[in-house]
Design a protein around this ligand. Structure first.
Ligand code: GLU
Length: 508
């Protein structure tokens, strides 16, 4: 019996990197579960052993951990509905497939791969370029509907390879109500007799998903739109095996679109944006696909952006914390049309989140970014001040490498072209005087430095603009960074003077 408690599941197949569409499915499951004080389950759907990729399962859990979307029940957390890995549930499925055969809703099929190939070749016509094993064809194949019962018994007893296929009804309308799409209807005559149990005894996705959603007491099932065509098979299996009233409520989430149709892993490489949650290295090809994490996204920004890929709360609000999303999310407000992924917009979300984060919250991540560039930033107090000063210039965490590095190490190169052509004697004298003035300075803060700087410029008949840019280049190396006197303040007296002197020596 179903309890009233909401139980939802994300059911990935461990076949590779976790696409942002997958993380969005996780997110919607997670938000829905939290909102309803329910349970969020991750079930590993690894029944297709030919597609199994080592490391992919662990990677998925690492991604969920990074995104802050960890399940309540899974192979990692455990739970009383386990095992949570379908390959470990193998013995559970056969009885359902056999029950379907006994009830006349499924049948044994003994066709060899060669016979299936022959069928596809023999029945191929212009109108039907890829014939399927369906109600028009099943009568001409080697299965328990066409062979005499003794032969079927003999084949089964002798262990001949065989699969179990669903027997799709001839002309029935199957319907269900999707939480996003409303009522959806299918005519069974266009659906093929899908395999439910494979020759190796493993269930296919179709049987396993229905059996496990039942056994795990799933109340709501959210999955990608690409599964919509399989829904009639699943509705029938629910009806035949467990009763339609036990079926979870479904929502088929809209596709995520890239620059050209459905967003693919290849788009990432082509357009230079991440598609996976975290870096993924294909163990077979060693090919690395970049992830949002390593690209420099904050998990808060990543999930905020994903939430809005298909959903909004109707007010125009775009920045949401996870808690706000838990409160406001509703499946009914998810739209059914494809959701366009826009990388510039994704960076905008990240920028907003970086701007509104306290320096201490960003500290560890910025340290890592700097460490990757061999920049030591051991002084937390200084680092926090630097973060505060430059964060609004950073769209990605990795931008801190450029925006914060010069506070910790002097520039290695300088934009000489911006200084040299306009350099002259009076500028040389000005900076010599600045060094003297700074050396005598007792207080060291931005307003005082700026005041002295401008006064000395005026006394030397220089416009501030003429000496501000060279000053910046001396401290930073290039034409970027925050207010130059704020930079000097953080660098401190000794280092500021040292950098001016060093630069002047380069101009000799
Ligand atoms: N294993 C399926 C997948 O990889 C899960 C679909 C579902 O959630 O039912 O997409």
């Amino acid at each position: 019996m179903h309890t009233n408690k909401v139980r939802v599941r994300f059911a990935p197949s461990p076949t590779g990197g976790l696409h942002l569409g997958g993380v969005r499915t996780v997110l919607y499951n997670y938000l829905f579960a939290r909102q309803h004080k329910g349970v969020f389950i991750v079930r590993i759907e690894d029944t297709d052993q030919s597609r199994f990729v080592p490391g992919a399962e662990e990677y998925i859990f690492n991604c969920l951990k990074w995104a802050g979307l960890e399940p309540d029940e899974s192979v990692v957390q455990g739970g009383k509905y386990g095992p949570y890995r379908q390959s470990e549930r193998k013995p559970l499925y056969r009885k359902y497939a056999e029950q379907l055969v006994a009830d006349g809703h499924a049948y044994y099929a003994f066709d060899t791969p060669e016979e299936l190939d022959k069928m596809r070749a023999d029945f191929k016509t212009e109108q039907n370029p890829s014939p399927q094993y369906d109600q028009h064809i099943r009568g001409r194949m080697r299965n328990s509907l066409t062979l005499p019962p003794e032969e079927v018994k003999h084949l089964l007893d002798s262990g001949a390879p065989c699969v179990i296929r669903i027997k799709m009804p001839a002309d029935e309308v199957v319907s269900f109500t999707d939480m996003i799409r409303g009522e959806v209807n299918f005519n069974t005559s266009v659906v093929d007799d899908k395999v439910l149990l494979k020759a190796d005894g493993m269930p296919t996705y179709h049987l396993a998903v229905v059996a496990d959603d039942y056994l795990m007491e799933i109340t709501h099932a959210f999955r990608g739109e690409e599964w919509l065509p399989s829904a009639p098979v699943h509705v029938l299996l629910w009806k035949y095996l467990f009763g339609i009233d036990k079926m979870p409520q479904w929502a088929h989430l809209p596709l995520i679109l890239g620059p050209n149709g459905k967003l693919s892993k290849r788009d990432g490489a082509k357009y230079g944006f991440p598609v996976f949650a975290m870096n993924w290295t294909d163990p077979k090809t060693n090919e690395l696909t970049e992830g949002f994490k390593e690209k420099g996204f904050l998990p808060e920004a990543f999930i905020n952006m994903l939430a809005l890929l298909g959903w909004n709360d109707g007010t125009g609000q775009e920045i949401f914390t996870k808690d706000e999303l838990i409160e406001k999310f509703s499946m009914e407000r998810v739209h059914s049309g494809g959701a366009k992924f826009d990388y510039e917009k994704a960076k905008w979300f990240n920028h907003e989140w970086i701007k509104q984060s306290e320096p201490a919250k960003l500290r560890q991540q910025v340290k890592q970014v700097l460490a990757a560039k061999n920049i030591p930033a051991a002084d937390d107090l200084l680092l926090d001040k630097v973060i505060l000063l430059v964060k609004e210039r950073c769209h990605l965490l990795t931008d801190f490498a450029e925006q914060a590095a010069f506070f910790f190490v002097a520039p290695e190169t300088y934009d000489m072209d911006a200084v040299k052509p306009k350099w002259n004697e009076s500028k040389q004298l000005f900076f010599t005087e600045i060094i003297r003035n700074f050396e005598l300075a007792i207080v060291w803060n931005a307003p005082d430095l700026e005041h002295n700087f401008k006064e000395i410029a005026a006394a030397n008949h220089l416009k501030p603009g003429e000496v501000l840019l060279p000053f910046r280049i001396m401290l930073v190396g290039g034409k970027f960074g925050p207010h130059v006197f704020d930079i000097a303040t953080l660098l401190g007296k000794q280092e500021t003077i040292r950098r001016i002197k060093h630069f002047l020596s380069l101009l000799q």
